[in-house]
Design a protein around this ligand. Structure first.
Ligand SMILES: Cc1cc2nc3c(=O)[nH]c(=O)nc-3n(C[C@H](O)[C@H](O)[C@H](O)COP(=O)(O)OP(=O)(O)OC[C@H]3O[C@@H](n4cnc5c(N)ncnc54)[C@H](O)[C@@H]3O)c2cc1C
Length: 452
């Protein structure tokens, strides 16, 4: 890739910041990543700036593919560090909308999935970044503002405060990338600089995540390594029980609005009982607790439409959760961050002043797909307020048919998973072949006497 600048600065060293730094290093002489937290050495260590690290964190196949493209061999690193690999349908119990996806047989060509815990994933990513000579990571360094030209038309650096000493500094930059997450400050900085903030779309979900690490009795989960129970009609709740490293599992119990899980240990386990099958409940009940129960409230999915702004400072861009933060039950965040990294890579050519605009336009596409999938599915719940135009109602009704067919049809299950894992677009579920399978499967189920 052609060089387009001397120094890029990335704010935030979580997933989107590290991925952005990796692609920026192809087009800049130097990249500096500044992070407020002290970055831990260990692969299990949690940190303050990423409280979601204590909860079930799935890496979708599309994200895994991009990670591997940017850091060849990283998936093997995950496995070498103890992360489980999910190879076939018998290892994945997924029930969505009350429909249990087919667990018998084999996938035709769906790639395996990897299940590193969030701290493990981040520590491997940091290690790979550490191997790249062009990238410098500065931790315990809080970003406090932006430096701009006097007319505020371009960003020229970032103001930082070193957490340990309290001293302040300005780091000059040819390009600044805000990856400080959902509460990122760019919208506020824009207003202070005299710009309009981006239009914000929002679907209030008021979800409570509650999680605990457990060590199940060996063998108690049989072949299953992933259990995902999504919301269903009349049950705005969910559960995720995932094997992580070294026989440790994370159980996350989830509830929308008036259905938040309790956090006392006995009540919490009871919350799981009606959600999961008996053998899974027994494994949970008999498991050794390895941590306290952590709770995280997620109020709303939020999408900031930076691509629609007509005025925006040059040499600044925003990535990751700072642009779009989705209801976490769909496990899209890290994968959408990786899709944005690829959009950034495609934007790093030509005039540096145009990079931001090009990036926002390119990133809007994958963000839009994930946004429609997540918010559309949430709107299937009567508890969630939001517009339900005819297309949303039709799609949700068809998705219920797809999931019903997927209970017994491995071809439909596999296609559904490819869409869910962001490997294929949602339209892949609307080809004549899949629609015919969905129709005939469900007709056979509804009218067995006529079709046997
Ligand atoms: C409960 C929960 C569960 C989730 N589950 C999944 C899942 O299963 N799968 C999935 O793909 N995604 C999941 N996500 C989303 C995923 O965690 C994020 O999409 C992902 O971390 C990318 O976010 P990010 O890097 O943009 O921001 P973040 O991960 O929020 O990181 C922001 C970084 O910026 C730093 N920072 C903030 N302010 C400053 C400052 N002023 N100066 C310097 N540094 C600063 C923070 O310390 C942090 O390191 C989940 C999210 C939540 C809340």
């Amino acid at each position: 890739m052609k060089r387009i600048g001397e120094h890029a600065v990335v704010l935030g060293a979580s997933i989107s910041g590290l991925l952005a730094a990796r692609v920026l290093s192809e087009a800049f002489d130097r990249v500096t990543v500044v992070e407020r937290d002290q970055l831990p050495e260990g692969q299990r260590t949690q940190r303050r700036g990423v409280p979601q690290g204590r909860h079930a964190h799935g890496l979708l196949s599309k994200g895994a593919k991009i990670f591997e493209e940017l850091f060849p061999g990283i998936l093997d690193d995950f496995v070498a560090g103890g992360a489980p690999v999910i190879d076939g349908p018998a290892e994945l119990r997924m029930s969505l909308g009350g429909h249990l996806l087919c667990m018998d047989g084999e996938y035709a060509d769906l790639s395996r999935t990897y299940q590193p815990s969030r701290p493990h994933l981040e520590s491997r990513l940091r290690a790979r970044i550490g191997d790249l000579a062009k990238i410098k990571l500065i931790d315990e360094c809080q970003v406090t503002g932006l430096e701009t030209t006097s007319d505020k038309s371009a960003v020229t650096g970032v103001c930082v405060r070193y957490v340990g000493s309290g001293s302040e500094d300005v780091i000059p930059a040819d390009l600044v990338v805000d990856a400080t997450g959902r509460s990122g400050r760019t919208t506020k900085w824009l207003v202070e600089m005299g710009y309009e903030p981006p239009l914000e779309e929002r679907i209030d979900v008021d979800i409570m995540y509650t999680s605990r690490y457990l060590r199940p009795v060996p063998g108690s989960m049989g072949r299953e390594k992933v259990v995902i129970i999504g919301h269903a009609p009349g049950s705005p709740k969910g559960a995720e029980f995932l094997e992580e490293e070294d026989g440790r599992w994370v159980l996350t119990l989830i509830g929308y609005r008036d259905h938040h899980p309790p956090t006392d240990p006995a009540g919490w386990v009871e919350f799981a009982r009606p959600l999961v099958p008996e053998h899974v409940f027994a494994a949970i009940r008999d498991a050794e607790p390895l941590s306290e129960i952590s709770a995280h409230r997620f109020p709303a999915s939020v999408r900031r439409r930076y691509e629609k702004l007509t005025r925006f400072p040059r040499r600044l861009l925003v990535v990751g959760d700072a642009i779009s933060s989705f209801n976490p039950i769909y496990a899209q965040g890290m994968t959408v961050a990786s899709l944005q990294a690829m959009a950034l890579r495609d934007s790093l050519s030509g005039d540096l002043d145009q990079v931001g605009q090009r990036f926002f336009r390119k990133a809007a596409k994958p963000i839009g797909v994930a946004w429609k999938m997540a918010t559309g599915s949430d709107l299937a719940l009567p508890q969630i307020e939001g517009p339900r135009p005819l297309p949303v109602r039709l799609i949700n009704s068809y998705m219920d048919e797809v999931l019903a067919a997927a209970e017994t049809d491995m071809v439909v299950t596999e296609k559904f998973l490819k869409v869910q894992y962001l490997l294929e677009p949602p339209t892949a579920l609307c080809t004549p072949g899949i629609m015919w399978r969905v129709f005939t499967r469900n007709r056979r189920r509804r009218f067995p006497a006529h079709t046997s």
